[in-house]
Design a protein around this ligand. Sequence first.
Ligand SMILES: [Fe+2]
Ligand SMILES: [Fe+2]
Length: 291
Amino acid sequence: MFSGAEPGAEGGRYRNKLGNTQSGMRILFIGDIVGSPGRQIVHDRLADILAQRQIDLVIANGENAASGFGITPRLADELLGMGIDVLTGGNHSWDRKEILDYMPHQPRLLRPGNFPEGTPGLGSFTGTAKNGVKYAVLNLQGRVFLTPIDDPFRKADAELAQLPADVAFVLVDIHAETTSEKIAMGWYLDGRVTAVVGTHTHVTTADERVLPQGTAYLTDVGMTGPHGGVIGMDREAIIKRFLDGLPARFEVASGDVQMNCVLIETDDAGERNAAGRLRARHIERLCFRIE
Ligand SMILES: [Fe+2]
Ligand SMILES: [Fe+2]
């Protein structure tokens, strides 16, 4: 299950040279949760996954939780109550206006940090995971084929410079359209954060790896929701839109509900990265389906 586990591994926990049980921190990141099918599979499966895989921290992208467009205060509360520690966002974060007043009151619901000054909410959260490790989550949005907001690269620099020194684990959700912008961000932050994962395209990429300086990377985690349509929405309306180009109302699709995630394990016993954060030891894509 964990190819990085050393000999003598006990369910992924392993013993260090002193014979003490050394736990690599395990983080689950859940790709964009789309509509009620996406919320339902998280509700039905997450508790078992967390117990079976001894997960210390759960982060999920929730920008499509409300019928595919945005997230409401009630749905944010619901998802945060299911065992998700931090919800990230993206270009759809703003689709439901009622979320604007809620964001400042719920620091565990992020929106991309590189929206201009004065935008409601925050792009980063610092907390303590179940295993006692202090962590930070940073949410950024790309600019290629998306709204030309502030530079996500320089915003990453600014956010990382402000993190307290005792933050051991840092994950970045880069919400972007193009593979190139996300891969560039992965290289830009290699050795400075523990993980960079991509969201937004709703299609899983097969390029997970640990970069040379210890940063786990995946271009897109994929979607948590129905795969019987087009990136989560009903395929008939989308096909019609491609055929006639007319405005249309999109509904959430049905069928082949999947929960696409990535599991990252840290190397707690090894050297820290150049920025003093935990290095990633292993990254693995996971897909759970409703049969
Ligand atoms: Fe999305
Ligand atoms: Fe998006």
